[in-house]
Design a protein around this ligand. Structure first.
Ligand SMILES: NC(=O)C1=CN([C@@H]2O[C@H](COP(=O)(O)OP(=O)(O)OC[C@H]3O[C@@H](n4cnc5c(N)ncnc54)[C@H](OP(=O)(O)O)[C@@H]3O)[C@@H](O)[C@H]2O)C=CC1
Ligand SMILES: Cc1cn([C@H]2C[C@H](O)[C@@H](COP(=O)(O)OP(=O)(O)O[C@H]3O[C@@H](C)C(=O)[C@@H](O)[C@H]3O)O2)c(=O)[nH]c1=O
Length: 308
């Protein structure tokens, strides 16, 4: 047996052009850099800043990408309520400009959107053709980003994901680990449902889609919206329990976690009550399915303790 036979195959073929990934220090970009190999070129602020539009063309010309994955975004949901203009630049008009640059170069633009474009009142997992009805400034800015980037480039693919966490950056899993380490009792909303998604799993899925397109050639039917979130569903309370349960295997005491109602955790931005998404289009089109959120949460918690 050759020494390398048991190593996982690289997701992207090594001989293609550079893949420009925006939002260099974010959760998704960090995961893409770790998984994607040498073709991935992550760029962050100030080199690529949606608040400084001239940086987009400059960076694009310097890298000459064969595709862009836009992992940059305004993700502070509550703060967006009072910062609509900046959130809209980061989530809609800035990405649209990048999509236009991709259109001029005839290359794919992979953009990431959110379950928060939905109102959360369907009572069943949303499919891509369901009407959107964002209830927050963040959700509206992401909805505008979907429409503008689709209109700007016939090779735009949009991946709506949800409840993203990783071992790095700001996310609910890390917030719960820190809160659970300091407090014997936590209160977490138990009446909002969704699909937690590991940034590592999402990164792998996006790279697999890109590899599929590179291997099979572009088809116009690829353009459009896909739901790309972890398999399985839970509530924020369920996610907190799973996170802190796993942490007990690493020496952290289990706090008492009470499920509360949305109205007992008031926030400036109203979260959807049920933003579960159906991911079968992604599986049908590209053969890509993300792992179950429960397994990925365990792995992420292990990674967090291992890196301490
Ligand atoms: N996090 C989540 O729970 C979810 C995320 N998504 C979507 O997934 C994608 C990736 O999210 P995630 O990795 O979690 O995001 P992060 O918040 O971890 O990272 C976002 C990155 O975007 C950069 N950024 C913010 N504003 C600008 C701007 N004006 N110009 C250029 N860069 C900017 C930030 O830069 P800096 O480091 O300089 O601040 C940061 O590096 C986003 O499209 C997001 O909307 C969808 C559903 C859930
Ligand atoms: C910290 C905390 C939050 N909560 C509630 C508030 C809220 O309803 C829910 C989630 O809280 P957060 O503010 O951490 O998560 P939030 O910022 O709403 O997360 C969202 O981010 C954006 C970027 C997305 O696109 C969404 O998919 C989603 O991941 O949990 C508690 O009940 N107890 C707590 O201790």
């Amino acid at each position: 047996m050759s020494k390398t036979q048991h190593l996982p195959a690289a997701i992207l073929a090594p001989n293609g052009g550079p893949i420009l990934v925006t939002g260099q220090h974010g959760q998704l970009a960090t995961a893409l850099r770790a998984l994607g190999g040498p073709r991935i070129q992550c760029i962050g602020r100030p080199e690529l800043d949606f608040d400084a539009p001239d940086t987009l063309q400059k960076t694009f010309d310097a890298i000459k990408p064969s595709a862009i994955i836009n992992a940059a975004a305004w993700t502070a949901v509550d703060l967006a309520e009072s910062e609509e203009a900046a959130a809209t630049r980061a989530n809609a008009t800035g990405p649209a400009e990048l999509a236009r640059l991709c259109a001029a170069a005839d290359i794919p633009f992979l953009h990431v959107s959110t379950d928060y474009v939905f109102a959360g009142d369907k009572g069943a997992p949303y499919v891509e053709t369901d009407p959107i009805s964002p209830q927050t400034v963040y959700g509206r800015s992401k909805a505008m980003g979907e429409a503008l980037t689709l209109a700007a480039n016939p090779k735009t693919l949009i991946f709506r994901t949800a409840w993203v966490y990783s071992a790095h950056g700001k996310n609910f899993v890390r917030t719960m680990l820190n809160a659970g380490a300091k407090n014997p009792a936590l209160k977490v909303v138990g009446d909002q449902k969704g699909n937690p998604t590991s940034a590592d799993d999402l990164a792998r899925a996006l790279l697999e889609v890109l590899a599929y397109i590179e291997n099979n050639g572009w088809q116009d039917a690829f353009a459009g919206i896909y739901h790309a979130c972890g398999t399985g569903e839970t509530t924020w309370h369920g996610l907190a329990v799973a996170t802190l349960q796993e942490a007990t295997h690493h020496g952290q005491a289990m706090p008492d976690i009470t499920a509360i109602a949305t109205q007992d955790w008031p926030t400036p931005a109203k979260r959807p009550a049920d933003s579960r998404m159906d991911t079968s289009k992604l599986a049908r089109t590209f053969g890509v399915t993300l792992p179950h959120w429960g397994d990925s949460v365990k792995r992420t918690v292990r990674d967090i303790f291992n890196q301490r």
